[in-house]
Design a protein around this ligand. Structure first.
Ligand code: ADP
Ligand code: ZN
Length: 430
């Protein structure tokens, strides 16, 4: 099985831990010296850089939150002089005011390595033709995939997102082998390929999809419509874009680039570090990043870490697909609901309904209303009322709460070319 940096990707666990400790010590020292916020927080907690003598000492350090990135916006968390920053990226602002992250030349190189590992794990090499249909710009998707693919030596087609028919024509004409975009855009591309009737002209082998949550059911849909193997890639602007973790051939979790990042799982309510194998909030420390390093950054993404050996031979820990974010969990009539649970139910019924849906939450007379709009699949032939009752009952037993399902005609929900907006919660307006 091909790897981009086999000597790093298969390093034994003992060696990984040694490197992590050495880099952690280096990083904590320079952050203490160069970033006022960290110096103050460490002083408050009574921790000095010299107190970090083992990886377990990491838990002595304070957390960093998204709010900190807002409070110290734009440059107060830099650990290098501004002149050393060569690139700024910004978050897509899914939740609140946007934040920025500054990268040095070495940071960009490391990030490219992360994505390059992903591309090679997806069968890419210097003969590959990689179409980047993530948006280019402040969003890390476009440039992140681009620089990683260039690093592998592939031929890159920077189409960016949008203009879907033209994207597909390029794919056919240039013989694209690897497609990179959000999973919701991949679905849309798959749907359009079907409509254009050009699936047999595609040379696609694999896709690298990430930047938003998606279920296994959605993966099957995409693989089927494009005739490819679909890999999941994870990243966030604050740490680095796509390539923080990546899925190998085995596709059971994403390997975190542990030579650059130390992961932990904490209880999101108490902040306590949880034992191996626990489900909780993913916390990441960037131990090699120069520009805007973050210590114990709370991602708000909920997942499990798997340290068991992976059959692919890579030794870096695997994170399971994030089940959702602490902040996209909906509390409806007192019950916790993740959009991914809804998607799972809908896609299990994908002969009748399409994967295009929207969740609407509101408050009427002090009671939460909970509606789900979902399109009927073009193949649907049955009784609409019976279908609706079936979905409502399946949702009820899976979520523990009743939702009203509205079945819509095919193509009535707007398609996404980037991250899909699945939830419209109007309760905040009241
Ligand atoms: P924003 O927080 O504004 O959306 P980003 O564009 O940096 O900013 O998005 C990062 C977030 O996207 C992650 O924290 C995570 O919640 C989500 N994400 C990224 N990749 C994946 C993935 N493969 N699976 C699930 N969620 C993902
Ligand atoms: Zn693996």
């Amino acid at each position: 099985m091909a790897m981009f940096q086999p000597e790093i990707e298969t390093m034994d666990r003992e060696q990984i831990r040694e490197i992590q400790l050495e880099k952690l010590k280096w990083q904590v020292k320079r952050m203490y010296e160069n970033v006022k916020m960290y110096r103050e927080r460490m002083d408050d907690a009574g921790v000095k850089p010299e107190d970090i003598q083992s990886l377990d000492d990491l838990s002595k350090l304070p957390f960093t939150t998204k709010q900190d990135l807002r409070d110290y916006y734009p440059f107060d968390l830099l650990a290098v002089p501004k002149r050393d920053i060569v690139r700024i990226q910004a978050s897509s602002g899914t939740t609140g005011r946007q934040i920025v992250s500054g990268y040095t030349r070495a940071d960009l190189d490391q990030w490219a390595n992360g994505f390059a590992r992903q591309l090679v794990a997806a069968g890419g090499d210097n003969r590959s033709i990689v179409q980047v249909s993530y948006g280019y710009g402040l969003f890390t998707g476009g440039l992140g995939a681009h620089q990683g693919a260039e690093k592998v030596g592939a031929m890159v087609i920077p189409t960016s997102s949008g203009n879907t028919e033209r994207q597909i024509r390029f794919m056919c004409d240039l013989g694209t082998t690897h497609l990179c975009c959000t999973p919701s855009y991949a679905m849309y591309i798959g749907e359009t390929v079907r409509e254009m009737g050009v699936k047999n002209q595609l040379k696609l082998k694999a896709g690298i999809f990430g930047a938003e949550p998606w279920t296994e059911e959605m993966r099957h849909e995409i693989e089927e419509s494009l005739g490819i193997k679909a890999h999941d890639v994870y990243g966030l602007t604050e740490i680095m874009g796509p390539g923080v973790s990546y899925e190998c051939e085995v596709q059971q979790g994403m390997h975190i680039c542990e030579d650059m990042i130390i992961p932990e799982i904490i209880d999101p309510d108490t902040g306590e570090v949880l034992p191996e194998g626990s489900f909780g909030e993913l916390v990441l420390s960037t131990v090699t990043k120069e520009g805007q390093p973050l210590m114990r950054y709370r991602t708000r993404d909920l997942c499990v870490l798997d340290y068991s050996p992976c059959p692919c031979g890579r030794t870096h820990v695997r994170m399971k697909k994030p089940a959702g974010r602490t902040d996209d969990m909906l509390i409806i009539r007192g019950v916790n609901v993740f959009p991914s649970q809804i998607e799972e139910v809908l896609l299990k019924n994908s002969i009748e309904v399409s994967p295009n849906y929207q969740i609407l939450v509101d408050r009427v007379n002090n009671t939460d209303t909970f509606d789900i709009n979902v399109e009927l699949s073009p193949k649907f032939k049955g009784d609409v009322d019976a279908e609706k009752r079936k979905l409502e009952s399946q949702l009820h037993s899976s979520l523990g709460i009743k939702a009203k399902v509205h079945l819509l005609r095919p193509k009535s929900i707007v398609r996404s070319e980037g991250k899909a907006v699945r939830v419209i919660d109007n309760r905040k307006l009241h």
